[in-house]
Design a protein around this ligand. Structure first.
Ligand code: NI
Length: 201
């Protein structure tokens, strides 16, 4: 098993209990998207991109009570990677973490790529589904979650670091706008008594 395969096995285990859109499937999509973006950025180190993407939520404070990237570090130590490589990976992970970096642009190209991949997974059809799954788990109504689109998700398209991610964000962003228009139309027509022009109930 190479490092990447081992990381996939590790996060499958780590996120086994998680179904709110921050788990294994999300990490795998971020990994694949990050590799796709990295294919357009020749300076990117693919091992760093791969392992950082796979492990980017392994110490997410929303899910784990770990310190100093404990889950990521203990996995990487078991892989026999050098201290320098381990530090580089943890630096990328921390530069992508909103709680640690407050959404600032990561300094390394690997960090920029993984942040873009993570943000791409927060928009489009996947982003819509994850927003409602996360909201429901935390006691938010669908109406509350709609607010999150305006506060955060509709802003992400303009925050992408790489050219490839900017391009990928376009259709995902357009789909969210269509979804919000349809949401507005349906909720407005059911908000006013007598305004519904459809057939029998
Ligand atoms: Ni993430």
């Amino acid at each position: 098993m190479n490092h990447t395969e081992a990381a996939i096995a590790r996060i499958r285990d780590l996120f086994a209990e998680n179904a709110d859109g921050h788990g294994f499937d999300h990490s795998m999509r971020v990994y694949r998207t990050a590799l796709r973006i990295a294919g357009t950025e020749p300076a990117a180190d693919l091992l760093i991109v791969s392992l950082s993407a796979l492990l980017h939520d392994a110490d997410d404070p929303k899910l784990f009570k770990t310190e100093n990237n404990f889950n990521a570090r203990s996995f990487l130590a078991g892989q026999g990677l050098s201290a320098e490589t381990t530090d580089r990976i943890c630096e990328v992970i921390n530069s992508v973490s909103f709680s640690k970096n407050r959404g600032r642009r990561p300094e390394t190209i690997e960090g920029q790529i993984v942040q873009d991949a993570d943000r791409l997974d927060a928009i489009g059809a996947v982003g819509i589904a994850r927003t409602f799954a996360y909201g429901g788990k935390h006691g938010r109504t669908p109406e509350d979650s709609i607010g999150h689109f305006h506060e955060k998700l509709l802003l992400l398209k303009d925050l992408m670091n790489t050219a490839a991610a900017k391009e990928m964000a376009e259709s995902r962003h357009a789909f969210m706008e269509r979804f919000l228009e349809e949401w507005k139309r349906e909720t407005e027509e059911t908000a006013t008594p007598g305004s519904y022009q459809g057939g029998a109930e």
